[in-house]
Every structure is written in C-alpha cells, then in structure tokens.
Ligand binder design. Structure first.
Ligand SMILES: *[C@@H]1O[C@H](CO)[C@@H](O)[C@H](O)[C@H]1NC(C)=O
Ligand SMILES: *[C@@H]1O[C@H](CO)[C@@H](O)[C@H](O)[C@H]1NC(C)=O
Ligand SMILES: *[C@@H]1O[C@H](CO)[C@@H](O)[C@H](O)[C@H]1NC(C)=O
Length: 500
C-alpha cells in the first residue's frame, strides 16, 4: 500500500463511515515505550464480527509526510508479509485471539528509536474505518559514566560525565552548595539514533567540593567527591618505585662509604652493621666489648652519637665549602647591621636564636643574606667555642641543630630531615623525640606550596615541645605560617645596611 492509497482511504472513509455503522477507535492516542522493550498498540472496531469467519482485513502502517512503511497486513484471516518493511521483519505480530472481541492489537518487540512516529490502524470488514496514534520510543540516560582528566598545565582538572539516551538531553552541574555551574556540553548521534551526551566542567584540584552532573531529561546523575577521587596516575607509581630504588642504592653507598672511612680511622665516626653512626669519643669503650651487631646504646650514648654524626655531616667538605662561599660574599659585620626586629630596630645576631619552644621568622628578599646566616649558625654550632664567630653567637644550649634546605623539599618534614641529614636509621618516632628536645630546626628558604611539607610542619609546630624553630623565607612566601606565628616573632634582613 502506498501513500496515495492512504490518502484515498482517508478521503473515502473519514466523513462517510466513522460514526455510522462501522467504527474504529484507538485505545490511546499516545504510546510511550523504551528502547529494546515491547509495545502493544490497540484499536477497537465496532460492531464485532457477525460470525467467526466473516471477512476481515487488518492493516497497520507507519507514516510521516514523506514516507510510509508497511508494518503489518492480514487479509481475510491470512497474514500477508510480502510487502512488510524490512525494518519490522520478525518484530511484529497481531494478537489474533483478540480479533473476535473486536480488537486489532499490534505488538512490536525490541523497539528501536526510529519506530517512533505515527501509526495508522485500518480495519475493513462489514465496513471500513481507521484511526492514528503516536508511538514515542525513548532511551533514558541511566548509566552516567564519569571520569577525570588532568589539564595539561596548571592545577585544574576536567570532570566529565557521559551518557547515551534519546531524545537529546541537557546537563546541569551543581556543586556541594547547590550552586549551578557553567558546563560545556556536546552531543553526537550513534548508529542506533541515540545521543551520546558529554558534559564537562573545569575545577581546581585544591578546592574541596562535591560536583554533581544531572541529565535533565531523566534526572539521572553522578557525583564527584573532590579531591578524594583524583586518580593516582600510574606514572606516579613508577616514579615512586624509581625513587625508592634510588633511595636503597644511596643507603647502600652511604653505608659503604662510612664503613670505609671507619676502617681508615680518618674520622671520629663509626657505623655499626645496621648503619648507626657512633662517636668514638663517647662510645668506643663500649663498642670494643661487643661485636658490631650487638652494640648496646644507652640514651646518652645515642644522643652523643647523633650529635657527632650531625657535626660530621655539617663539616663534610662539600657542605662547608658551600658555607664558606656564602660567607665570603658578605662581611659578617655587614650582616649584623642589616638585621632588625619587627619595629625596624637593629638587633644583634644572638636574637636569631629563638627561645625554647618558640618560632622565629627571618624575612628578607633574595640576596639579603639569609642562607649565609643559616650557614653561619650551622658552622657555629658544629665548631662550638673554636668557631671564628663564637663571640657573636652562643649556641651551646642546643643539643641538636637540624638544618633543612627547603628549596629542594619534596616529602614531609620528617622525610626531609631524614634524607637531607642522612638519618636513615632513625624512625620517625625517634626523630620526633630528638626534634622536640633542645633542638634548633632551621628551615632555610622555606616557601609554602608543598602540601606534604606544609601540613607536616604545621602539625609539628603544634607539638614541638622545646624545639626552637627558625624559618628563613622571602617576604610573603609563607602567609599561613606567618599568621600562626604573629608579628612578634619576625626579624627582618634588609638588603641595604642600616648604618646611619
Ligand atoms: C560531599 O559529600 C559528602 C558525602 O555525601 C559529604 O560528607 C561532604 O560533606 C560533602 N562535601 C561538600 C564540600 O559538600
Ligand atoms: C558561562 O558561559 C558563558 C558562555 O560560555 C559565558 O558567557 C558566561 O559568562 C558564563 N557564566 C559564568 C557564570 O561563568
Ligand atoms: C531504523 O534504525 C535501524 C537501526 O536501529 C536501522 O537499521 C534502520 O535502517 C532505520 N530505519 C530507518 C527508516 O531509518
């Protein structure tokens, strides 16, 4: 049957037959169903058949203004599928048992999106009539997949939600406070006439928030909990393995070098089989008695050992060369003229030593001599009363000085102390104990921005005990630490000498 015939039928039957003796009525004007499911569309014809084998012809068409598809045809009780459109082959059946009751019911299975449209049911028997109805096949956007993409540069990430459905849907984004966010949404069609809708927003990695995308057609959504959901790129794992590997190799080399030195007896330093360093002066007597592995440390001995180890480390040739280099660049006299308190009054160098349990900031622009001061403090502690500047500083109250070069920090505070000072045999607990005793923690060139380090420092400062902390930084590099310390504990280093 073609389009022209339908028009002819329309003209023929519409005015004359409907409402007279033979009528056809659609059960519903609109049928809505889901992709892949089944639908049954029904037409009732009246009057019913006068006897069971009375002549009956049932026809179902799908049509638009430009196209007609034969869906089903039964002529005088015989199915006629020769002209059936291939799109419907094997998917339609007439519920023939209902015909005697006056129903033409068509079942379409495994619905496709393009089954949507207008259907016409035509019944011819002891009269003829037809009705049309609309079928709408939808596909809900129910599986929302989300993923996170790193933006090449900067700290932002893209949060992406994607789903398939029909008809096209818009996507709304909200954050944890129900604020609506600007998203970029695109859609593309699939071979099944579905829409693949992809929506993305760009957010900052450092902000803690929840982001929800909602496919507005059906209300399906997905939520990102940031920053918890940031995937750890596999590359990073490799990097960790490499770093660990290098770490192990370094430990082996350090132990080997220290053992070598000890054998030569050129240093006042020993290392036992487990990598502990031992000051001969304090502990030889004991060590002589035991095999290396069985060395017994009492607490005093261990402290003495560590002090000797740190001093050896600081007087290490390369370290002290660097110190001298900085030192020579400034006259020490000059430095002491540049130092002032938070009120702009000059103070002497001894003021650089914070009181026990206190934190002090030394602020100065690059090139003002902060690192030089740090190195003078280190060498002064290392050399004790024999130091050239022992008249300017008295660091004898310090049992330990932990110098951390913050320009190269990567890990947290304890990792950095461990690595930079080669204290690999100390557990974090031991280090904590040592740091919270009569120690000076000297952070040279500190700058906030490394989350691990910043957080561990913040924690340490809350439980620092008698530890003195001297932070050397450029102005404005440590705003949050500055806030916790207040202006009281700030010293400044001018680039110009303040001689009047
Ligand atoms: C994010 O969602 C979690 C769990 O639903 C909730 O505990 C948390 O408070 C939310 N965070 C924000 C910033 O809305
Ligand atoms: C949202 O995006 C549109 C176009 O991309 C832009 O014109 C508008 O200013 C944005 N609104 C906000 C709040 O960012
Ligand atoms: C309807 O969609 C199916 C696939 O879902 C396709 O094979 C068929 O050609 C489409 N028919 C029309 C008329 O677009």
């Amino acid at each position: 049957m073609d389009w022209a015939l339908i028009l002819v039928l329309q003209v023929m039957f519409q005015p004359s037959l409907s409402g007279l003796f033979f009528t056809v009525d659609a059960e519903y004007a609109l049928y809505e169903s889901k992709l892949g499911e089944d639908v049954v569309m029904s037409c009732r014809f009246r009057p019913k058949l006068s006897h069971p084998l009375a002549y009956l012809k049932v026809t179902w068409h799908w049509f638009t203004y430009t196209l007609v598809r034969d869906v089903y045809r039964m002529d005088n009780w015989k199915e006629d599928l020769a002209s059936q459109d291939p799109d419907y082959q094997g998917r339609v059946r007439l519920l023939t048992e209902q015909l005697q009751e006056g129903w033409s019911k068509l079942q379409i299975s495994r619905l496709r999106i393009n089954d949507s449209g207008t259907y016409q049911c035509l019944v011819e028997g002891e009269g003829a009539d037809y009705k049309t109805m609309t079928l709408s096949v939808v596909a809900p956007y129910k599986t929302v997949t989300k993923h996170i993409e790193k933006v090449a540069e900067g700290d932002d990430v893209l949060l992406i939600c994607q789903s398939e459905g029909y008809p096209e849907s818009s996507v709304m984004w909200q954050d944890g406070t129900l604020r609506t966010l600007n998203a970029s949404t695109t859609s593309a069609s699939t071979p099944d006439q579905l829409f693949t809708v992809n929506s993305r927003i760009r957010v900052s990695l450092s902000v803690e928030n929840n982001y929800t995308c909602v496919f507005e057609k059906d209300g399906y959504s997905a939520t990102f909990h940031m920053p918890d959901e940031i995937p750890v790129p596999p590359v990073k794992n490799n990097a960790v393995i490499v770093v660990l590997g290098i770490g192990v190799v370094m430990v082996v080399i350090i132990v080997a070098v220290l053992l070598y030195r000890r054998r030569k007896g050129s240093r006042n330093l020993l290392v036992d089989g487990r990598g502990r360093s031992v000051s001969t002066a304090a502990c030889t007597a004991k060590n002589k008695e035991y095999k290396e592995e069985r060395t017994v440390f009492n607490e005093g001995c261990m402290e003495e050992t560590l002090r000797a180890f740190l001093k050896a480390h600081y007087s290490d040739y390369s370290f002290s060369m660097e110190m001298r280099h900085h030192w020579d660049a400034f006259g020490v006299e000059e430095l002491s003229h540049r130092l002032q308190n938070n009120k702009g009054q000059p103070v002497n160098l001894q003021a650089l030593l914070p009181e026990a349990g206190k934190t002090l900031f030394l602020e100065g622009p690059p090139g003002s001599g902060k690192t030089t001061i740090a190195h003078i403090l280190v060498s002064s502690w290392t050399e004790g009363p024999t130091h050239a500047l022992s008249n300017l500083f008295d660091l004898s109250s310090l049992r330990f000085l932990f110098y951390v070069d913050c320009s190269k920090v990567k890990g947290d505070l304890f990792q950095e102390v461990t690595i930079q000072l080669s204290l690999k045999d100390k557990t974090e607990h031991e280090l904590r104990t040592l740091l919270t005793s009569e120690a000076l923690l000297l952070l040279d060139g500190y700058r906030e921005g490394n989350p691990f380090f910043d957080e561990s420092l913040r924690k340490f400062l809350m439980e620092r005990g008698r530890c003195r902390v001297l932070v050397m930084a450029c102005p404005g590099h440590c705003p949050s630490l500055n806030n916790t310390v207040g202006t009281e504990g700030v010293l400044q280093l001018q680039t110009q000498s303040m001689k009047c």
